[in-house]
Design a protein around this ligand. Structure first.
Ligand SMILES: *[C@@H]1O[C@H](CO)[C@@H](O)[C@H](O)[C@H]1NC(C)=O
Ligand SMILES: *[C@@H]1O[C@H](CO)[C@@H](O)[C@H](O)[C@H]1NC(C)=O
Length: 222
């Protein structure tokens, strides 16, 4: 009898240990679910500057095979920008992490995809142009030979990283638009971009607004 009780007590930590491991495993899965969820990207400057008002809170958008930072249409937007985007409104980055078929970065991260237009979901890869360091989007052919990843995000704030760090730059183009670059060599785009204003930016993943159709899809309304 006595032995029986002792054995049970001795066995308890093992049982707790097991359930704790299972629970942690479940939490781990739950934590990683966000990686496959569609989010937008919102930019902000890492340092304050007279121009940071044109960047902070701006959405990352896709247009003509490049990624830009576009302010929501308010008074801060320079007029050229509004004209620039008037005909074909830019599409906000709407995407998630996805393993790339041609690369295996293991724990370092994955590829990144985004829809390229509203409507039927056509996905493109987001990549860094190996010659210009511009952040671009394209299909398999267009992106081949460029730097596809690894993309990942920071653990707590879920800011985007590329090759393990946050080297994103906003570069002001002649038209007044802010194009997105990655400073892969950490040299301020030496020999690639000259005489342009550039600002260090961080990119935060932001969940899409939940529309009524999301609720309807989940049968909230019967
Ligand atoms: C991405 O970053 C997280 C947090 O830093 C890390 O735990 C994880 O191993 C990285 N890679 C992948 C593929 O999630
Ligand atoms: C990609 O390139 C290959 C060979 O150059 C071509 O056969 C194929 O049609 C292209 N695919 C797309 C989607 O453009």
């Amino acid at each position: 009898m006595v032995l029986g009780i002792l054995t049970a007590i001795a066995a308890c930590p093992a049982i707790i240990g097991t359930t704790e491991a299972v629970r942690q495993g479940q939490a781990q899965n739950k934590r990683e679910q966000h990686r496959g969820q569609k989010t937008h990207l919102v930019a902000s400057c890492t340092k304050n500057s007279p121009q940071s008002g044109q960047i902070n809170g701006g959405m990352v958008v896709l247009k003509d095979h490049k990624l830009y930072i576009a302010m929501p249409t308010d008074d801060d937007v320079p007029e050229e920008d509004e004209l620039e985007f008037e005909c074909a409104p830019p599409h906000p980055f709407t995407g998630y992490f996805m393993p790339h078929p041609a690369h295996n970065w293991k724990w370092q991260g994955e590829g990144l995809v985004s829809t390229i237009a509203p409507g039927p979901p056509i996905l493109n890869w987001i990549y860094i142009d190996k010659d210009t360091n511009e952040v671009k989007y394209g299909d398999k052919n267009e992106s081949a030979g460029h730097v596809m990843g690894p993309w990942n995000c920071t653990k707590i704030d879920r800011r985007m990283t590329f090759e393990g760090w946050e080297g994103f730059l906003a570069v002001k183009e002649k038209k007044g638009t802010w194009a997105l670059y990655f400073d892969r060599e950490d040299d301020g785009l030496k020999g690639k971009v000259q005489g342009r204003r550039m600002l260090e930016v961080e990119l935060c993943r932001r969940e899409r607004k939940k529309g009524k159709e999301d609720a309807d899809n989940k049968n909230y309304n019967g």
